[in-house]
Design a protein around this ligand. Structure first.
Ligand code: NAD
Ligand code: WQD
Length: 336
């Protein structure tokens, strides 16, 4: 069976393409390379020995997507394509709503036309508003997002579950990722942010490789054990395996199901810095800086539903996350 992956030249999709190929699925990819390089897909093929047909198209382009569906005849769709930078979404909200919503609507329409049921979506822990209490369960309150990016995820969850309610053929799995980090253990593919990274792990690795002078730790006065922000970092290879488990579930069930994909363990900014130094032997100079607006003190998952229903749980350690991120960054200092 061929699985159509949108946005899989990107960070999480490329790792998932490998996990799917290893699990015996055929993979086809559509990406417009707005935040990625076709080289990532070439390396996925090299790592797996599988052919991964790659279409250069905007997922919001209905005619192009109809054509791709006709050629690929997918048995399921995984939707990674979208813009993801929280700060940029505040500056350019319309661009975010346009891209993230239009890609999804076009995709769901093409799926309905082609009678393709299973749809796996890259949602985010960001849909849990500031009101929810940690650890977040799938029943925790959602909404009250603090930025347009988060609202696109919230809205797409409503759109996809509405589509599944109306069409008994559909099977929607909404995967709420916590903080994906790490890279494939080969060091051949990894996260490749353009410009100065927004997220902590790529910032750390770019400091370590000498591209940036020091890390700014955003706040050391939170109500957390060491005062710095606590997050649930999850290895991208564990996350990729979670998609294979979600696909198997979607192929056997109808309707909509939501899963948190996290480890259930909170790690502070300084704990991650020290774990990185320990795993790699490389010092990461840092300075304490003011809090970043919109940040919460502590965010982590209750991932027990994914374990119970999908039989999936995260297995890799924080040391693995640091060592693998570093292997990717140090062997590809300028990215792809
Ligand atoms: P990424 O930017 O590396 O990958 C997204 C891919 O989508 C890129 O290759 C980009 O070129 C492509 N794309 C964007 N708009 C497109 C369009 N209109 N048509 C075709 N391709 C398009 O991001 P990622 O980290 O791999 O994230 C994948 C998904 O997971 C995104 O939807 C993101 O919002 C979601 N997510 C990411 C994180 C995270 O921290 N990385 C956390 C939660 C959710
Ligand atoms: C982690 C911690 C920062 C950078 C974001 C999105 C979320 C999801 C994952 C997509 C926080 C601190 C960071 C730095 C720092 N993405 N930090 N210095 O904000 O938890 O989540 O990415 O869905 O929606 O909001 O991740 O990696 O930016 O920050 O001190 O230079 O590191 O304050 O405590 P975040 P992050």
């Amino acid at each position: 069976m061929t699985i159509l992956l949108t946005g899989a030249a990107g960070y999480i999709g490329s790792h998932t393409a490998i996990a799917l190929a290893e699990a015996g699925y055929d993979v086809a990819i559509v990406d417009d390379f707005s935040n990625s390089s076709p080289e990532a897909v070439r390396r996925c093929e090299e790592l797996t020995g599988a052919k991964m047909p790659l279409f250069n198209a905007d997922v919001a382009d209905k005619a192009a997507m109809r054509d791709i569906f006709a050629q690929v005849k997918p048995g399921a769709v995984m939707h990674f394509a979208g813009f993801k930078a929280v700060g940029e979404s505040v500056a350019k909200p319309l661009m975010y709503y346009r891209n993230n919503l239009d890609t999804t609507l076009t995709l769901l329409e093409c799926m309905a036309e082609a009678q393709v049921g299973p749809f796996i979506f890259s949602s985010s822990a960001t849909v849990y508003g500031a009101k929810a209490k940690v650890p977040y369960t799938e029943e925790s309150e959602i909404g009250g997002c603090t930025n347009p990016y988060g609202w696109t995820k919230f809205m797409i969850e409503q759109i996809a579950s509405g589509a599944a309610k109306a069409d008994p053929n559909m099977s929607v799995v909404l995967l709420r990722y916590f903080n994906p980090v790490g890279a494939h253990e080969s060091g051949r593919i990894g996260e490749n942010p353009t410009g100065i990274p927004n997220n902590l792990m790529p910032y750390i690795t770019q400091v370590a490789v000498g591209r940036l002078p020091h890390l700014n730790v955003f706040g050391d006065d939170y109500d957390t054990p060491d005062g710095t922000g606590v997050r649930d970092y999850i290895h991208v290879v564990d996350l990729a395996r979670g998609h294979v488990a979600a696909l198997r579930y979607a192929l056997e069930h109808k309707g909509t199901e939501v899963f948190n994909l996290g480890t259930g363990h909170g790690v502070s900014v300084l704990e991650l810095v020290h774990a990185f130094e320990q795993a790699t032997g490389v010092k990461v100079p840092y300075k304490i800086a003011p809090r970043r607006p919109g940040d919460l003190a502590s965010v982590y998952a209750d991932p027990s539903k994914a374990q119970r229903v999908l039989g999936w749980k995260a297995e890799k350690t924080v040391q693995d996350m640091c060592a693998d991120s570093w292997r990717w960054q140090s062997s590809n200092p300028q990215g792809y």
